[in-house]
Design a protein around this ligand. Structure first.
Ligand code: PLP
Length: 339
């Protein structure tokens, strides 16, 4: 993400638009922890006491319908509202000062936030209107997680740049890459031809071990049809998890393909958890681990992100463990102070 940000500035300068440097990200986004990436991230703990975000990085509202939707508002109306807010922010800042919009097709670390219906169509219309670049952070979604090769395909997103990592090597080796379209690449190439060099590179960039592992991993994903498998078993997993949706401690079950989350609450009607955010999620995470399930609680959202090779029996075991924990935790949860 840092590299893409640098290239966006470089491109604006190449196009003779030096004023076009601001970028827009979203609240609850997660894009990493280096200075620029942490600025793109929209989570308070990644900003607080770090003097972040950087001034040219702005945040618009999160796409989380369950948490941010107004009473009586439909998903589509919520998506329209978010697109209108984006338009208003661009107008306020000055459309010719905005270079790009960054977004995860499905938000990961912010709590597995699946975009509401029509959201990406409406956001892209606004970006198009002002000639603003779209960068898709595919670090979690890329290579099958959402049931298609990229999250962009799942949601009809046409990005100018994609940032990929994690499943490019199935995380057996650290590697990331960026993918640019011609609209991004050509001005950058022209500028570096003019200057004589693209002054940007890393000691370990293009590392042969990482590259070999990625190529082999991508070959295995293709050979074993893991993207189609993720779509099929993902649909199965989403269906099984939704059987838990009526449990009194479950506020929302959300997800797509092989990524999902259960939002745990004390009061389903008011959508509230305990006075201490993360207290309910922490209990669930601990009890799941005691049953041999490694999950991660993002505050009170329990994230579920199994390997793409998972089989039906393992999904059944996983959902049975979650179901058991929801029962086991009732006693401890009853002692918590509601928010
Ligand atoms: C969507 C997304 N983007 C970027 C990152 C940052 O990756 P790294 O921690 O390797 O810098 C992450 C890490 O979890 C992520 O989920």
């Amino acid at each position: 993400n840092d590299t893409v940000l640098k290239l966006i500035a470089y491109r604006s300068n190449a196009l003779g638009q030096p004023q076009r440097k601001k970028v827009i990200s979203r609240l609850r986004a997660y894009h990493g922890v280096t200075i620029a990436s942490a600025s793109l991230t929209g989570l308070p703990n990644n900003h607080r006491s770090f003097d972040l975000p950087l001034p040219n990085i702005l945040h618009t509202g999160s796409p989380h319908f369950y948490k941010d939707g107004a009473p009586g508002e439909s998903e589509e109306a919520f998506a329209t509202r978010r697109a209108e807010e984006l338009d208003a922010l661009i107008q306020k800042e000055g459309p010719d000062t905005i270079a790009a919009f960054f977004g995860e097709p499905v938000m990961g670390a912010g709590g597995v936030v699946v975009p509401p219906a029509t959201y990406w169509d409406k956001i892209q219309k606004v970006l198009k209107k002002y000639d603003i670049l779209l960068v898709a952070d595919e670090v979690i979604c890329g290579f099958g997680r959402t049931g298609k090769m990229f999250g962009c395909e799942t949601y009809g997103i046409k990005p100018d740049a994609m940032v990929v990592s994690k499943q490019i090597t199935s995380s057996y080796f650290p590697l990331s890459a960026i993918i640019l379209n011609d609209r991004m690449f050509e001005p950058i190439a022209d500028e570096s031809n003019k200057i004589g060099v693209l002054g940007h590179g890393f000691t370990a960039g293009g590392h042969p071990v990482g590259s070999a592992i990625a190529l082999e991993n991508l070959k295995i994903i293709e050979e074993r049809g893991l993207v189609a498998h993720a779509a099929e078993l993902g649909a199965y997993m989403q269906g099984k998890l939704r059987e838990l949706a009526s449990h009194p401690l479950v506020g929302e079950v959300r997800g797509v393909g092989m990524i999902a989350a259960l939002e745990l609450v004390l009061d389903r009607g008011r959508k509230t958890a305990a006075a201490t955010p993360g207290a309910v999620g922490g209990i669930a995470s601990r009890m799941l681990q005691e049953r041999g399930v490694i999950s991660r609680n993002m505050l009170d959202a329990i994230a579920i992100c199994p390997p793409l090779i998972v089989n039906k029996a393992q999904i059944d075991d996983l959902v049975a463990a979650i179901s058991g924990v929801l029962e086991d935790m009732k006693g401890e949860v009853a002692k918590l102070t509601p928010a």
